[in-house]
Design a protein around this ligand. Structure first.
Ligand SMILES: C=C(O[C@@H]1C=C(C(=O)O)C=C[C@H]1O)C(=O)O
Length: 360
């Protein structure tokens, strides 16, 4: 005979008690790890070790849980255990409800100390000055391309990149009522206004588009005026008590933003090779014919594939540029090391921004 609902619930309650005992044991061990780390001064957050823990469990998983669920559950368990060692402070573009916050939670789990910042410069400053261990910043969007301020800040910063997150970004039109009637102003970060420009031209041709410091800030302001609307995430909508006047208004259905995690090398040294890594560089070459072509030859010769190539003005007024290059691979791989050595010898400026595991 099939078990009844009350019987099943008694069994589930018993399993939960067992889980709690096991999780407490795990937490106590993590606490002990924290003590050891305090003595030898090593990094609290070890994303490489956490990735390995998840990979081992996914491989061992014979049960009913989906592989992705195993990852999500253990990310949170490890986030809570890590917070017992020392709460990690993570700076990002605030206020609450931004996609930067979502990216931070995806990478670190929810047991972090939030350090919301007013702009990207402040994120870099927080992670450099030590009011946060880590910063999370967007670097490119699949519709709008490069986030220029982030690239410019990376150039002169002592922070290095230790991880990346790729987030599906769905923008909603949010306001105090659920209709499109009477909207005079649409407030959002310039990136979001750009990612929704076709929709705005078609549906709200007469509304003023007003750039603000973040989408969540636009949503916060939209809550104060019925003729204003914001473009932001669902989370920002609930944070400020707004209705969704129109769902998923971004011009590209699969609009994605790539974020990177930055920190001082003393907080976390460069991650070791994971087998699926990216190495980010910024370089410049002498302003002479063929220099850019020559710079890329070593990549071809050593069989290293380039996944990104961006240029930014060097601001010298001489039509000189910095090139931001992403390569597949890790400098501990001989062919990557050889390509980097040859490439650097051709550059007037050469800086490795970081080497880190690729996002799923
Ligand atoms: C417990 C450790 O510290 C942190 C927490 C981890 C965990 O809960 O499994 C893993 C790596 C670290 O980010 C450790 O380094 O082993």
């Amino acid at each position: 005979m099939a078990r009844t609902l009350p019987e099943l619930r008694v069994l589930i309650d018993a399993v939960d008690q067992e889980l709690l005992t096991l999780l407490s044991r795990r937490a106590a061990l993590a606490n002990e790890v924290g003590e050891v780390k305090k003595l030898d001064g090593s990094a609290v957050f070890r994303p490489d070790r956490e990735a390995q823990v998840i990979a081992n469990l996914q491989q061992a998983n014979q049960g009913a849980l989906k592989s992705e669920s195993v990852a999500v559950i253990w990310r949170e368990i490890m986030s809570a255990c890590r917070a017992l060692e020392a709460p990690q402070r993570v700076a990002y573009l605030g206020p609450k409800g931004t996609f930067s916050e979502e990216a931070a939670l995806r990478f670190f789990g929810s047991s972090i100390t939030h350090v919301p910042c007013a702009n990207f410069d402040e994120v870099f400053h927080a992670a450099t000055a030590g009011s946060a261990e880590f910063g999370v910043i967007p670097v490119e969007n699949s519709t709008e391309g490069v986030v220029t301020r982030s690239l410019d800040l990376l150039l002169n910063s002592p922070l290095h990149i230790v991880g990346e997150i790729s987030l599906l970004v769905r923008h909603h039109l949010l306001r105090s009522t659920a209709s499109l009637e009477g909207i005079e102003v649409v407030l959002a970060h310039p990136q979001a206004l750009a990612q929704c420009q076709q929709w705005l031209t078609t549906h709200l041709p007469h509304a003023e588009r007003r750039a603000v410091s973040s989408n969540a800030e636009g949503a916060r302001l939209a809550a104060s005026n019925p003729a204003w609307a914001g473009i932001a995430s669902e989370r920002a909508g609930s944070e400020f008590g707004l209705h969704i006047a129109s769902h998923a208004i971004q011009d590209e259905a699969f609009n994605r933003t790539r974020f990177v995690v930055v920190c001082l090398p003393s907080v976390l040294p460069a991650p070791e090779a994971s087998g699926k890594d990216c190495t980010s560089l910024v370089v410049s070459v002498p302003n002479k014919p063929g220099a850019v072509h020559d710079m890329l030859v070593p990549l071809k010769l050593h069989g290293v594939s380039m996944t990104r190539f961006e240029s930014r003005p060097a601001r010298s007024g001489q039509w000189e540029y910095y090139f931001y290059i992403d390569l597949q691979g890790h400098p501990s791989q001989p062919h990557v090391a050889a390509a980097l050595k040859d490439l650097s010898s051709l550059c007037a400026f050469y800086k490795v921004l970081g080497t880190y595991p690729l996002a799923d």
